[in-house]
Structure formats: structure tokens, C-alpha cells
Design a protein around this ligand. Structure first.
Ligand code: NAP
Ligand code: ZN
Length: 356
């Protein structure tokens, strides 16, 4: 049965070469288990840009029109009759997923991000309305309560929005691979994900080294919690760290030489990719064989782990460093994101959508 719907303002792109522009979309009225959320802030993730421009066409082709956005903080406006966790007025959050089958082994192990039937917040088949799901560049969203997170009350909502993707994507692999005191940890790329990675690695007590292509970010890296910074295009600076890392998190969005980082790992060291460049990467077998090194990947985190991350951020007062923009500046923000010209995440103030 199709639920009834209502109209919501949003920004969408109609093709891979079109800019984002004002539109109206249909949202379902909350079913029994749904929470309706007025969106206050939505972060701009580089995955939004990859998807809008169909850069992942081989793995995850984009369906148009696309309404991106999966770093959502908002206020509950309505709840379905069976909802127990939330009430109107609560400040809540939604990340990259809005549903999964909840019966598969991955769901049972709280790893919904690996469920074969996981539904992404945007660009996934919408089982309620047909068509595809629409994300957070919108005035509201309706989500099953299982996929709604509770926001700690001490966190600024504009800075907290990026925790829902950039935060959990860096928190989860660092927790999984045991980043802690006494470990030497590298973070490659000081962007949205990277700057959160630095904050978490520092909070977990590790010795943190930032690798950046932007020499002008060196001071910021130290302020954000790094112990050392390396300009990765400087071979001498790189050489000093050969064979010394326990763990390196690579957050780079574009093609680059990952072998340069594999060579910095010590014995049993781990390089985890979270950045998702469109092109395949070149990995010589010998770089991994010598030193029993591991090359791994990681995708966001499960719902329980995302709540744990938010609670950790509440306890340690961790949020993203954001530049708040009105939605009308979103296309300009995409151009700047491609030039690494943001410190360190754009967060869209969704009140700006009211004037559209
Ligand atoms: P971002 O803010 O644009 O940051 C990427 C950083 O990579 C830049 O700030 C820059 O840092 C560095 N970089 C950019 N181009 C480079 C190049 N040609 N060579 C070397 N370094 C370069 O992007 P983001 O939002 O953090 O996302 C990063 C990547 O993670 C994207 O591919 C995104 O799709 C992916 N992602 C994955 C997941 C997951 O679950 N695995 C989740 C979210 C996002 P410097 O200026 O410091 O060099
Ligand atoms: Zn993201």
C-alpha cells in the first residue's frame, strides 16, 4: 500500500552536467514506524559531488534527478503511532542509510552498512513510493526510527551534521583496527573526512601524522590534533617515515599513489581506504608481502556504532569545523570542494530553503 505524501522543497540535479537547483519532491507521510524530521543542517560530503556528477557510474550509477545529502541534523516534527524512541521536538540525525532488511547476518551483527538490501539515504530504490530515495538537501525527510540517531544536546547542530558521514566513516575503522595510545597513525588528506580522522585519532591517544598536498593546512593540522604534518609531495619528508606506521587512513577523493603510503607501514601495518576515487589503484604485490602489510577498506558504520560515535563526540565535545552556507551557494561550494578550498566541511543552513 502506498502511503499518502506531502510536498517538500529541495535542491536537485537533473543530469551529471547540470547544477543543483530548487525543486519540489514528494515525501511520504509518516507510517507507523516513521519519524518526520525538519532538516536544520546538512553537510556537503565529497560523495554528494561524486554522485551528482555520476563519477561512480561503474559501481553505483546515479539516477536522476538526484537530491544528495546524508549528513542530516534536524528536529522531529511528527512520529508514527508505533514510534517509541523519539518525540516531536527532539533533535535527531540521519546519516547515509535509511533502511536495511534487518534479518541478514550483517544486520543482526549491527553492521547494516554491509546488508545486501541496505537503502541509502539518496539514490537507492524507494520501497515506499517507488522511484529513488531523496537525501538531505531538503526541508524535511521521513525515516524509519531504527535509522534515526539521537543528537547529544551539547553539540552545535551545524558542526554536528558532518559527524553522520565524515565522523562515522573515520571513527569506525579506527575503532575496528585498534587506534589507541602508543600507536603511530597517519591520516592522508585533510578534508572533511581527514579532519575528523585527526580529531578521533588524537582523542584515542595515538601519535597522529597528517599527510597533505596543501602546505597551507599544516598549522591547522596541528591545531586539530596532529603531532606532525608531512607535505606528501616532498619526497624527503615522506622518507623519514618509511616502515613506521601501525595504521594509515587514506581519505583522498582523487587518484593518487597509495604505494607511497603502503611503504610507510611497519610490519603488520594497515592502510585502510575510505576515500573512493573513481579510477582503480595500482598496488604492487611486493609492497604488501614484505612486512605482512594489510590493505583494507571501510564503509561508514552501523547504526549502533554511529550512536556510539555521536555519544563519544558529546562526551568529548567533538564536532566538525564547518563553513555554514545557504543552499543557494551549493554549486559554488562544489567547485571549492574540488579545489580543497574549505575548512573543513560545508554545512548547509536549511532555513535558507524557505525563501525558494
Ligand atoms: P574532501 O573534503 O574533498 O577531502 C579530500 C581531501 O583529499 C582533500 O581535502 C585533499 O586534502 C585530498 N586530495 C584531493 N585531491 C587530491 C589529489 N589529487 N591528490 C592527493 N590528495 C588529494 O572529501 P571528503 O568528503 O573528505 O571525502 C573523501 C573521500 O571519501 C571521497 O572520495 C568520498 O566519496 C569518500 N567517502 C567514503 C566514505 C566511506 O564510507 N568509505 C564515506 C564518505 C566519503 P589535502 O589538501 O590535505 O591534500
Ligand atoms: Zn558522505
Amino acid at each position: 500500500m502506498h502511503p499518502t505524501t506531502y510536498k517538500a522543497k529541495a535542491y536537485s540535479a537533473g543530469s551529471e552536467t547540470s547544477p543543483l537547483a530548487s525543486t519540489q519532491i514528494q515525501r511520504r507521510d509518516p507510517t507507523n514506524y516513521d519519524v518526520q524530521i525538519e532538516i536544520l543542517f546538512c553537510g556537503i560530503c565529497h560523495s554528494d559531488l561524486h554522485s551528482v556528477r555520476n563519477e561512480w557510474s561503474e559501481f553505483m550509477a546515479t539516477n536522476y534527478p538526484i537530491v544528495p545529502g546524508h549528513e542530516i541534523v534536524g528536529r522531529v516534527t511528527r512520529v508514527g503511532s508505533a514510534v517509541t524512541k523519539y518525540r516531536p521536538g527532539d533533535v535527531v540525525a540521519v546519516g547515509c542509510m535509511v533502511d536495511s532488511d534487518r534479518t541478514c547476518p550483517q544486520c543482526k551483527a549491527d553492521r547494516e552498512q554491509f546488508c545486501p538490501n541496505m537503502v541509502l539515504t539518496f539514490n537507492s530504490p524507494d520501497e515506499h513510493l517507488g522511484g529513488i530515495t531523496y537525501g538531505g538537501y531538503s526541508e524535511s525527510i521521513v525515516v524509519d526510527e531504527h535509522f534515526v540517531l539521537r543528537m547529544p544536546s551539547n553539540l552545535n547542530p551545524a558542526g554536528a551534521a558532518p559527524l553522520l558521514c565524515a565522523g562515522i566513516t573515520t571513527f569506525s575503522p579506527m575503532r575496528h583496527w585498534g587506534v589507541s595510545k602508543g600507536k603511530k597513525v597517519g591520516v592522508v588528506g585533510l578534508g572533511g573526512l581527514g579532519h575528523m580522522g585527526v580529531k578521533f585519532a588524537h582523542a584515542f591517544g595515538a601519535h597522529v601524522v597528517v599527510f597533505t598536498t596543501s602546505p597551507n593546512k599544516k598549522d591547522d593540522a596541528l591545531r586539530l590534533g596532529a603531532d606532525e604534518t608531512v607535505v606528501s609531495r616532498n619526497a624527503d619528508e615522506m622518507k623519514k617515515h618509511v616502515g613506521s606506521f601501525d595504521f594509515i587512513l587514506d581519505t583522498v577523493s582523487a587518484n593518487h599513489d597509495i604505494n607511497a603510503y603502503i611503504n610507510l607501514l611497519g610490519v603488520d601495518g594497515n592502510l585502510t581506504l575510505v576515500g573512493a576515487p573513481a579510477e582503480p589503484l595500482d598496488v604492487p604485490a611486493f609492497s604488501l608481502i614484505m612486512g605482512r602489510r594489510r590493505l583494507a577498506g571501510s564503509a561508514i558504520g552501523g547504526i549502533a556504532e554511529t550512536q556510539e560515535m555521536l555519544d563519544f563526540c558529546g562526551k568529548h565535545s567533538i564536532t566538525a569545523d564547518v563553513e555554514v552556507i545557504p543552499i543557494q551557494k551549493v554549486n559554488e561550494a562544489y567547485d571549492r570542494l574540488l579545489k580543497s578550498d574549505v575548512k573543513y566541511r560545508f554545512s548547509i543552513d536549511m532555513a535558507s530553503l524557505k525563501s525558494e
